[in-house]
Ligand binder design. Structure first.
Ligand code: ADP
Ligand code: MG
Length: 391
């Protein structure tokens, strides 16, 4: 089954549509700190409001715990949507409220789905009550597609084909990520970094089976170094993941793929206000120092591998890039992707920040809006929300 898209919806003109969006923006004291997700939801909302009779948009926001919490209200988002769309948005203070007086052309925004415990519990009664007033269902919340929650899983199952579809954002994500999962053009190179092996074990295992080269950096490289018998001083490590790292290395060796760890590293005696910062070979890390970035030789090597690839997936910074002195490795990878003629995909919260920081976001083919979701997608094991739309 392929993903149903907006054009596949039957009789959307004049219909009542439930639209699950990702409007989970950071809000502080009623002020939206970053409206990226709101902007990303607009194309689907515009398409729907031009056609449907009533559009009811819903989303979760923040870490609401199954009960109303004003700190996580979507009310500020309703105001932002009004401004962005230049039209009125009716805010509905409970997502299960029945709105039977909404006239043609109404756009509703329902309050936070997670004010009800049924949302995270994927409760079928909650989903049925949420969906009941609506003929059609659209899911554009890619960032939540890896979670089996009621509004994205149980609700989607209520609708038959022709009455449910992915929105534009979801479609774009799935199309781009499919090119990584499904027969990627070779050489396919993955760059994986970030803090820990434990948060990325399944994607690492999946990538080893698909890439021609795997470049590893960031804190997780330390655990791979341990697995190879090297010492990493006071660096961030996960002792309990050394065995996993070893099995990933063994799988790479068995498939004959190139597994590249940094040959040299930037080390410091502290992350903040260090007294000593140095560059050493990866097998010469002093016991009192910690790895904070990949070194200049590693940078050059990674750039070389990336320059001859046809498909690139990048997740996870190469170092503590939030500190300017430790950002060179991460920025070098961002630039290498930007310059590459390959099909390039970046996923992951911090990785996307790094691409933005490097000023090259416009030169990446696909920048995923969902960190955890993109990682789950590339394991190839399916996603609850997508399976429910396709079934
Ligand atoms: P993403 O959100 O892109 O998936 P992660 O959340 O896995 O990335 O990891 C990002 C974090 O990893 C960054 O905040 C960065 O500071 C940290 N990090 C990278 N390299 C190191 C390192 N060598 N030591 C400690 N932390 C690191
Ligand atoms: Mg992160």
């Amino acid at each position: 089954m392929t993903l149903p898209v907006l054009a596949d919806l039957d009789n959307v003109d004049g219909a009542r549509v439930l639209a699950r969006l990702d409007l989970n923006v950071p809000v502080h004291d009623g002020v939206i700190l970053d409206d990226t997700r709101i902007v990303a939801a607009l194309p689907t909302l515009r398409w729907l409001t031009e056609r449907a009779e009533v559009v009811a948009a819903c989303s979760h926001l923040g870490k609401a715990k199954g009960t109303p919490d004003p700190a996580y209200s979507l009310a500020p988002v309703a105001a932002a949507l009004e401004k962005a769309l230049g039209r009125s948005v009716r805010f509905v203070p409970d997502c299960l409220d029945l709105v039977d007086d909404a006239g043609p052309g109404s756009l509703l925004l329902m309050e936070n789905l997670r004010f009800h415990p049924g949302e995270k519990a994927n409760d079928s009664d909650f989903a049925a009550r949420l969906a009941e007033p609506y003929d059609h269902y659209v899911n554009d919340a890619f960032g939540t597609a890896h979670r089996a929650h009621a509004s994205v899983e149980a609700a989607a199952r209520i609708y038959s084909q022709g009455r449910k579809a992915a929105g534009f954002l979801m479609e774009r994500e799935v199309t781009a990520l499919d090119r990584i999962v499904d027969d990627p053009e070779q050489p396919f190179v993955a760059v994986v970094g970030g803090a820990k092996v434990s948060t990325k074990t399944a994607p690492l295992e999946a990538l080893v089976g698909r890439v021609s080269s795997l470049l590893v950096g960031g804190g997780m490289a330390n655990t791979f170094s341990l697995a190879q018998g090297l010492e990493v001083g006071r660096s961030l490590v996960e002792e309990e993941m050394v065995e996993t790292a070893r099995s990933v290395l063994a799988a790479a060796a068995k498939r004959g793929i190139e597994f590249v760890l940094p040959v040299d590293v930037v080390i410091a005696d502290a992350i903040e206000n260090p007294r000593r910062v140095d560059v050493v070979a990866s097998d010469a890390i002093p016991a009192d120092m910690m790895v904070v970035d990949i070194g200049p030789e590693a940078r050059a090597r990674y750039r070389e591998v990336l320059s001859s690839s046809r498909t690139i997936f990048w997740n996870g910074p190469m170092g503590v890039f939030e500190v300017a002195d430790y950002a060179a490795g991460t920025l070098a990878v961002a630039e290498a992707l930007a310059e590459s003629p390959a099909f390039t995909v970046v996923g992951g919260g911090e990785s996307v920040m790094a691409v933005r920081q490097a000023g090259v976001i416009g030169d990446i083919d696909h920048v995923s809006t969902g960190g955890g979701a993109s990682l789950q997608f590339i394991t190839g094991e399916g996603m609850p929300a997508i399976t429910a739309l396709e079934s």
